[in-house]
Ligand binder design. Sequence first.
Ligand code: PLP
Length: 457
Amino acid sequence: MMGLSDQAILEQLQALDRMHHLHPFTDPQAVKKAAPFVIEQAKGAYITGQEIRLLDAMAGLGCVNIGYGREEMADVAVEAIRTLSYYHSFSAVSNPYAAALAGKIASLAPAGLNKVFFANSGSEANETLIKLAYLYWRRKGQPSKRILISRDYSYHGSTLATTRLNGNAPMIEDFGLAGGDDVLQATSPFWYRCGGDLEPEEFGLAAARDVEKKILEAGAENVAAVIAEPIQGTMGAIVPPDSYWPELSRICTEHDVLLIADEVVTGFGRTGHWFAQETFGFEADMMALAKGLSSGYAPISAAVISDEIADVIEDKGGVLHHGFTTSGHPLASALALKNIEIIETEGHVEKVHADIGPYFSKKLKTLEDHPLVGEVRVSGLIAGVELAKDKRSREQYPLEASVCNHVGQMALVRGLIVRPAGNVVVLCPPFIITHAEVDFLVGVMRDALDETQRALE
Ligand code: PLP
């Protein structure tokens, strides 16, 4: 504790932050206008700052799956730092934690995904997979396969290459990165917004076939990979119709295009299976893992590739010219290993599947009767409460009206953190959330919606 109860220290820190800290995904003007909220402590499902305690229904940014401040994790961190504070993994050097973690990930991953490259963030994992896809096709003698296909409403990261894959125009245009014919965007399987008159399952097939259309337009011989989140988390917890993933997977196989599953949010149990590929019934050639890998206790991510891709990369070439100083960092790897052990021993994946996940879904879906709510989408412990101006026509509120932000604000003042994303309130609570806390969450959400409705009248 830094002793923020001392008002003078708090104000000093806020002043330093406002002067020197450039915040991610933040309007710098907002930081200039208002003092940042300084979080001091977190335990279990709650964060505390400036004497306010909040139930964090976002698990940080959808990552703190085992909950905050666990003693076992602290013990492991201390031991790892005492034993091996750092060594790199370049040039065939390893450490016990990274080696064990690679083996553990391979043992949990869907069949055939057995080779793991370590990075530090979800963006880096995706960036690594893009480079490995290029390398694979080059070493296989098909260097023309360079085009990447992503979808509207995607989020794959903030590095140069991953930014271009995002389905959000300002994220790309602000940096002059729009254009180019090496990234194509297909329709998102977002039935509520894009499905029109089609039934969800019909629309799921149509959305998958839009990816096929893009492959055919570009020529399959020029397409390296399709990259997709099993559930599009950041842009609104978009759960696709059941028909979508098997069809998309079939299309990629038929046209010899790699399928990259961005499981940065969905990996490690969020949807009630270890990986969302199991939830939706498909097998990817590559997958990106981050957030839930260490429950946010350390920056670590993994780019996992199939045996077929690994064989080509390993057998048909020389050095892999790619890596990070902290790839396979001992401390981060030790924390990830312990995090996975906790998920296993406490049975969290099973609980998300059969206990807390269904309870969360049943309770949250009661909000569908609210006049402001168009749809509640849930898979495991990730959910989107989609607001609608007109439930029948599925018309949206204009974003300038800030209706969703108002709901988020009303939830916050009642002690609950949610994430407004456009017209969707996203929820991604930690796996340790209790039934009573779910009841509180849903109660607060209803009050926040009521309050917002009153403000609109
Ligand atoms: N991919 C997905 C699906 C994500 O949700 C995110 C982050 O929210 C990323 C990639 C990027 O991860 P990071 O912020 O760790 O770079």
